[in-house]
Design a protein around this ligand. Sequence first.
Ligand SMILES: Nc1ncnc2c1ncn2[C@@H]1O[C@H](COP(=O)(O)OP(=O)(O)OP(=O)(O)O)[C@@H](O)[C@H]1O
Ligand SMILES: Nc1ccn([C@@H]2O[C@H](COP(=O)(O)O)[C@@H](O)[C@H]2O)c(=O)n1
Length: 209
Amino acid sequence: MGTVVESANQGAVSLPTNKKVTVIFVLGGPGSGKGTQCTNIVEHFGYTHLSAGDLLRAEIKSGSENGTMISNMIKEGKIVPSEVTIKLLQRAIQENGNDKFLIDGFPRNEENRAAFELVTGIEPEFVLFFDCPEAEMEKRLLGRNQGREDDNIETIRKRFNVYMESSLPVIEYYNSKGKVRKIDAVKPVEEVFEAVKAVFTPANEKVAA
Ligand SMILES: Nc1ncnc2c1ncn2[C@@H]1O[C@H](COP(=O)(O)OP(=O)(O)OP(=O)(O)O)[C@@H](O)[C@H]1O
Ligand SMILES: Nc1ccn([C@@H]2O[C@H](COP(=O)(O)O)[C@@H](O)[C@H]2O)c(=O)n1
């Protein structure tokens, strides 16, 4: 089931009339493995991966007028105002020929969630939730080694607080609507992907073990 997104582009980036898109939100704590598994899903199931964090980091690099503000928010583990992130997501959807998207790391709070729905008219097909204990996430982030300014213990703790206070309630909201597909993300990458595959494979295509 797709969603028509012709309706509500209120002054932001217009989406092509009648473009129907399927959106899956990919949520979970920092370092739970969202990006890693999105890469696998893209390869196997033909989705386009849009990471809100990557789009914000690219916006900083582009020399945008919002760059300094975004950079400061990321260093503090804070959530960037929704209108900024939503414009980037809308543009990425518009510019892409695909019609099915994994939106990774968004919505991060209630404001993100409500504003995205209002502006785009898009409701997610479902929410893929990577559930991982904090100690494991901390270990992974400290070992990630990608030069990210927010992968230091001070910012990691702030990101965990924001996750608990602002992002978990969004997951609970979608859970109350029956939309959450929860994955045990503490296992090795390959085992986590087996669980992910089961979510994406239609019931009539599943082979009995
Ligand atoms: N199942 C796993 N077991 C062990 N390490 C993993 C697993 N999944 C991912 N990793 C590693 O943990 C680190 C964080 O993974 P990844 O970047 O996918 O997380 P993320 O949820 O996208 O993080 P963030 O929200 O901070 O962007 C990476 O170095 C990745 O290689
Ligand atoms: N919806 C979002 C997503 C991310 N941010 C900011 O980017 C940081 C890194 O995000 P990752 O998903 O790549 O870990 C995050 O800590 C926020 O500062 C945001 O503001 N809004």
